[in-house]
Design a protein around this ligand. Structure first.
Ligand code: GRF
Length: 228
């Protein structure tokens, strides 16, 4: 064991990049992947600064410079492929991707989404969960397919909705769990334990995941450890 070189990963971001930071922190703690580049469609994305601080190469590709999605996605693929990643991770990348782009990275691209998919695809998930009277909300990591937020779900974290929650307080608790979810799923993939099977299900340790795995809440001992 331990012979496999770290898997090169390219992250696509548009914003603050706290999930990117969680991946960087996992890498620093010895996770089996290496962020090869961070690409943003917005020059002012805070996540770019996070990457620069750790000497991770960054690229900016503004969608405003492209007249259609096809030409933007084809340039994006060119930028990504220059880093020969084994995995592409969408980490708050606020762009709808063309089918051609998604096909190109079939089984090699993941997304993190702030809901218990298949519930609440799309935007404003926290408010929608509150409005629907959900007792539980959460986040999901899934392989990306052409259907928006519709790909096979790998791993989820569940978060109870409190009676006094607003979208902001709920989002903050979900985000905390996201920061554990994404490094876990990316590590599984990097270790060769996780693939997208030909049957369309994620396979973990050579078994199809018919239901997503659930990341259990951290034990009090782990919370103390993490706070150190
Ligand atoms: C997260 O809530 C993620 O689930 C969603 O976009 C948000 C990105 O946040 N896809 P950050 O940029 O990682 O802080």
């Amino acid at each position: 064991m331990g012979e496999r070189p770290p898997l090169p990963v390219v992250a696509l971001i548009s914003g603050s990049g706290t999930n990117l930071q969680a991946l960087i922190d996992a890498q620093l703690r010895g996770a089996p992947f290496r962020l090869a580049a961070v690409i943003s469609n917005r020059a002012d994305a805070l996540g770019l600064e996070r990457a620069r601080r750790h000497d991770i190469p960054t690229r900016v590709l503004s969608h405003r410079d492209y007249s259609d999605r096809e030409s933007f996605d084809s340039k994006l693929a060119e930028l990504i492929d220059a880093f020969t990643p084994g995995l592409v991770v969408l980490a708050g990348f606020m762009r709808i991707l063309t089918a051609g782009f998604v096909d190109r990275y079939q089984g090699r691209m993941m997304n993190i989404h702030p809901s218990l998919l298949p519930k609440f695809r799309g935007l404003h998930t926290h408010q929608r969960a509150i409005d629907a009277g959900e007792a539980e909300h959460g986040a999901s990591v899934h392989f990306v397919t052409a259907e928006l937020d519709g790909g096979p779900v790998i791993l989820q974290a569940r978060v109870p909705v409190q009676p006094d929650d607003d979208a902001e307080s709920l989002a903050a608790r979900v985000l905390e769990r996201e920061h554990l979810l994404y490094p876990t799923a990316v590590s599984w993939f990097a270790e060769g334990r996780l693939q997208l099977g030909e049957d369309g299900h994620p396979h973990l340790d050579a078994r199809p995941l018919l239901e997503p795995r659930t990341l259990e809440p951290p034990s009090p001992a782990q919370e103390i450890q993490a706070a150190r």
